[in-house]
Design a protein around this ligand. Structure first.
Ligand code: MLT
Ligand code: MN
Ligand code: ZN
Length: 306
């Protein structure tokens, strides 16, 4: 299975339009060792022909253009067979509204995430220009199913979702109570080769179920939003703590690096990295610590075969 990272940053991207933090300023001015990143999205393919997107980021158009395997091969065509959403955050689903040029879309999400996107959203009508413009396929927790494209075309891959501690999206907070289907992690498997990877870009805490999941896979993408609990308050006096935003920090004694120190998964990648995070700088001490522990930091254009 081929995996390509289209976007590796958290909401806002890197640099973020309204941010003058050391990282954002430095990457704009070219004075730090770091490269710009678009908002998190990954695409996968078992055969190199049909592709499946995880997340529909606000930068989806630019991300599709950045990777020739996703370009049309006909007058009206897209190699994108389906899109999978892990939650309803805008950095994960706003891009759906950009794919409105009358082409059938298949979207995998929990019913809860579908509801959050569809209900009370008049912009959603732009994806209802003809019947079956959008086909929702429900992800049921803890149930492995085949990942299929338009008209049920098989991908050769399977998908399974698990509840991961998180929150409803910001714009729905206060309107919906929390629900295990708000935020999921994914396991994508190629049964013919026996390869699999885990995808957990938003993790509030490492629950026993998450730990259990992390026992076996060939690769894991994990929440790399923040290095420390108070990182945002350094740039914004109203900035929330990492925990309040449902992201476990990487550093510290209760951080993911320490809690996952004995992880056996050979390829470990932090993704959904916020622009304030010091691991973005290739020469930072924090980056060194992450790499010394056998982790890498996702970047746009990173590609590998499992
Ligand atoms: C998050 O990852 O916590 C959200 O994307 C925040 C947001 O929606 O701004
Ligand atoms: Mn986010
Ligand atoms: Zn910034």
């Amino acid at each position: 299975m081929r995996i390509r990272i289209l976007g590796s940053s958290a909401g806002g991207g890197f640099p973020q339009w309204n941010c003058g933090c050391e990282n954002c300023r430095g990457v704009r001015e070219g004075t730090i060792q770091a490269s710009p990143r678009t908002q998190e999205s990954v695409c996968i393919s078992a055969d190199g022909q049909d592709w499946f997107l995880i997340q529909a980021s606000p930068e989806i158009r630019q991300q599709i253009e950045s990777f020739s395997s996703l370009h049309p091969r006909n007058l009206r065509h897209s190699p994108i067979q389906a899109i999978v959403l892990t939650n309803g955050d805008l950095d994960h689903c706003l891009g759906l509204l950009s794919l409105r040029e009358s082409y059938p879309l298949v979207v995998y999400a929990t019913e809860r995430v579908q509801q959050g996107f569809v209900e009370g959203n008049s912009l959603y009508r732009t994806l209802q220009r003809f019947s079956n413009q959008i086909t929702w396929r429900s992800l049921t927790l803890d149930h492995e199913t085949s990942l299929a494209g338009v008209n049920g075309k098989p991908s050769g891959l399977t998908i399974e979702a698990m509840a991961v501690p998180g929150q409803p999206p910001l714009h729905l907070r206060g309107q919906l109570s929390e629900n295990p289907e708000d935020n999921v992690g994914l396991k994508i498997r190629d049964p013919s080769k026996g390869h699999s990877f885990l995808y957990l870009p938003s993790v509030k805490q490492i629950s026993p179920e998450v730990s259990q999941w992390l026992c076996s896979a060939d690769c894991v993408f994990f929440d790399g939003t923040f290095w420390s609990e108070n990182e945002l308050s350094a740039v914004d006096s109203k900035g929330k703590r990492a925990q309040d935003m449902a992201h476990i920090p990487i550093g510290g004694k209760d951080g993911s690096l320490s809690l996952l120190a004995t992880l056996q998964i050979p390829r470990r990648i932090f993704i959904h990295v916020n622009n304030t995070n010091p691991i973005l700088r290739t020469d930072s001490l924090e980056r060194q610590r992450v790499e010394d522990a056998g982790w890498s930091v996702a970047y746009d254009g990173m590609e590998f075969e499992l």
